[in-house]
Design a protein around this ligand. Structure first.
Ligand code: PRX
Length: 704
């Protein structure tokens, strides 16, 4: 990280926002820096009137009584108001005469083999499977799945777990939950069974929606198999899943079951197993297509989304209906200059399993009546040009991706994007981690052809939507800076005492006033909600808690924010948040491991790589004579982590140690380990010898 910060400090390039016409737009919603500043000022000085105007863009079943109740750290937005998120994303567009417009454009991963004679407009021999889903179809499908969920016993207020590939039915599943007033808890399809069971138990969820599989890089991801495994793990902990709804996506052999019965594989493990599996298509056909949208209180939970924290257990971040929907509606519209006239097609490449997908694949887009593109698979299938092929064939207007992806594209070379006509592009977005200036410039020149403004959006699962970002027609950009606060966001860099710091002083990123998209809690854990976000930094004058992001950042002389990265024990690996403790817990659950310490190190593509220091149990060594701390054990531990957490948590390097360096009070000296890990030139060069930290640890003991 320190290298990155150095580069940022030297960065002085500045890019002016282009004219709207030059990127094919009629106008920008916010046309100048001055206009932005006035708007921001008004939103902070008069939040009630500002947010009331924004919320009016949604359809409410009952108008709110007042805009905000703020009893720090508890906020209630649009108090007394009633609405439904699915109604706002779907039904109201049908009712206003837009039912036949496209809401979702989906492309599956598989393509037929390439030939020397590609089909017109495509680099591939045949177009991949493409589906366009209209608002009217969404209305029918969300009604059917809403009724299906009701038939499976789901009631208003229940939490439904969703573990699916990127297919239209994933969006339908979420909207169907919203339709009937159930909260969804989506688990990214790359996570392992343990992640499903841990989250389902925390959320007390009794119904899971999944698919037989999904396609990724030419292979089938065994989603249903993972759910079966999770169901077994849950039953052992006395948490019984009542029903699993399974979409037939791949149609492969693995999971045979008769709709409405307990699969044989579950019965084989436990004859008393009672979790019934149902086929999505069978139940959807059978139930009625009429399902009214529940009238939800503005503060009713819309979804739970688990995110990593500095303890091993992920936190269920609670978002509610009225405030969240208003915030993503406004931020999506302004950041990407959305205009609902069917000429735009927005593509956010994030999986819906992350907050980026919730806010800017689904809710922020459809509530604005902007078609959203979903792509099922990997960027390098069947070749490294897939993303650019998608953009050029579908004529994507706004494209939103992560720096880790951009760095990968850079590595693959400009010859891939150069093959495609991407002149439809207007605005390019970045999200998930600081973007290094080199990647920013490459994105700007190679993908945006120096025409398209880049919006580097800084935010978090907890913030619901963008909190610092350029507005494409208003904000001059500097590569590597996420620039200025979103309207309604009172962001600041402060010290531990809550005092605002001057220009270019590194400090902590906080938000001083409530905003509609803010998290309302950590599910079932009030203490964690307070201690993680509100307990650390206060307004030095009034004692009111500030929202603490756990990010370090600075503001430059123009007031621009430069995020430097996390100040807690979580790391960003390929843009995905991962608690070092989650990886450590996975490692120590292996029979050979006594202790493990995991640290992040700078990684050229992934942002952070994972290095694990591991000590071995003497009992394991005794019980397994002939086994060594060697590459074979490393491979075993690596796949164990993948099995326990998911592939994204695989350590890049495992180093065996005699003991871990600790302070006198017994705390692992992570800073020392980070230095040791970062000192290694090539992350792939493993050492098979056991490291002895005792000397360095003694030298450093007083520093920690
Ligand atoms: O460290 C910041 C980084 O991602 C963290 C939030 O991760 P998550 O909750 O998974 O949400 C990711 C998608 C919003 C933040 O605490 N981060 C996110 N966007 C940026 C960023 N760091 C720098 N610049 C960004 N644009």
């Amino acid at each position: 990280m320190s290298e990155n910060v150095q580069t940022l400090l030297k960065e002085t390039r500045k890019f002016q926002p282009p004219l709207a016409e030059s990127v094919g737009f009629e106008k920008w919603h916010v046309e100048s820096l001055d206009e932005y500043k006035k708007l921001h000022e008004r939103s902070i000085q008069h939040p009630d009137t500002f947010w009331a105007e924004e919320a009016q863009r949604l359809s409410w079943f009952k108008h709110w009584d007042h805009v905000l109740d703020w009893n720090p750290p508890d906020a209630k937005w649009f108090v007394g108001g009633k609405l439904n998120a699915c109604y706002n994303c779907v039904d109201r567009h049908v009712q206003s005469g837009h039912g036949d417009e496209c809401a979702l454009v989906w492309e599956g991963e598989p393509v037929n083999p390439r030939t020397n004679h590609p089909a017109p407009g495509s680099a591939y021999a045949h177009e991949p499977e493409i589906r366009r889903v209209t608002y009217r179809e969404l209305e029918e499908q969300t009604s059917r799945i809403g009724n299906a969920l009701k038939e499976l016993g789901v009631q208003k207020g229940d939490v439904v777990t969703v573990y699916m590939p990127m297919v239209p039915e994933l969006a339908i599943a979420l909207l169907a939950c919203a339709r009937i007033g159930a909260a969804h808890s989506v688990i990214f399809g790359g996570f392992a069974p343990h992640a499903i069971s841990e989250r389902a138990i925390d959320a007390n969820s009794k119904v899971i929606i999944t698919a037989d599989g999904g396609f990724r890089r030419g292979e089938i991801v065994p989603l249903q198999k993972n759910v079966e495994e999770a169901v077994k793990q849950l039953a052992e902990k006395d948490h019984h899943i009542n029903h699993v709804l399974v979409l037939k996506r791949t149609g492969h052999e693995h999971p045979k079951f008769e709709g409405g019965t307990v699969p044989a594989s579950l019965k084989a493990a436990d004859p008393k197993a009672k979790t019934k599996f149902h086929w999505w298509h069978e139940i959807a056909e059978r139930v009625s297509s009429a399902c009214p949208c529940e009238s939800m209180d503005s503060e009713d939970m819309l979804f739970l989304l688990y995110t990593s924290g500095s303890t091993g257990k992920p936190k269920g971040i609670v978002h509610t209906t009225g405030g969240y929907l208003t915030f993503v509606n406004t931020s999506a519209r302004l950041t990407f200059n959305l205009v609902p006239d069917t000429s735009q097609l927005f593509w956010c490449s994030a999986d819906i399993g992350w907050i980026t997908g919730h806010s800017y694949v689904l809710y922020g887009l459809l509530s604005n009546r902007i078609p959203s593109l979903l792509y099922e698979g990997a960027p390098n299938f069947p070749d490294n040009g897939r993303f650019w092929d998608i953009i050029s064939r579908h004529k994507v207007t706004q494209f939103y991706t992560a720096p880790t992806a951009i760095r990968t594209f850079m590595k693959w070379g400009t010859e891939w994007p150069d093959k495609y006509n991407m002149s439809s592009l207007s605005v390019l977005g970045s999200v998930g981690e600081p973007i290094n200036p080199e990647a920013w410039i490459w994105y700007h020149e190679t993908i945006g052809k120096k025409r398209c403004p880049i919006v580097d959006t800084y935010w978090q699962t907890e913030t619901g939507g963008h909190v610092v970002t350029p507005l494409p027609g208003a904000t001059p950009t500097k590569p590597g800076s996420c620039t200025l606060p979103m309207v309604g966001i009172d962001a600041a860099i402060v010290n531990e005492a809550g005092e605002e710091l001057g220009a270019n002083k590194g400090g902590l990123f906080v938000i001083r006033k409530p905003w509609p998209g803010m998290l309302r809690g950590v599910y079932g854990n009030r203490e964690r909600f307070i201690s993680n976000y509100w307990g650390r930094i206060k307004d030095p004058k009034t004692g009111t808690p500030f929202y603490f992001s756990a990010d370090g950042a600075r503001r430059d002389e123009d007031g621009y924010f430069w995020v430097q990265g996390r100040v807690d024990d979580v790391i960003k690996v390929s843009g995905h948040l991962l608690g070092t403790m989650e990886v450590e817990s996975a490692l120590v659950s292996h029979a050979a491991v006594a202790e493990a310490a995991v640290v992040g190190v700078p990684h050229e593509i992934k942002g952070s790589g994972i290095v694990a220091f591991v000590t071995l149990k003497s009992a394991w060594a005794k019980a397994n004579p002939g086994r060594q701390p060697d590459d074979k054990l490393r491979a075993e531990l690596t796949s164990h982590v993948a099995k326990e957490v998911g592939a994204l948590a695989k350590p890049d390097q495992i180093r065996f140690a005699e003991s871990l360096p600790k302070t006198r009070s017994g705390k692992i000296m992570r800073r020392l380990l980070r230095d040791v890990a970062a000192g290694v030139e090539k992350i792939t060069q493993d050492t098979t010898t056991l490291e002895d930290f005792s000397v360095v640890a003694k030298l450093r003991a007083d520093e920690e």
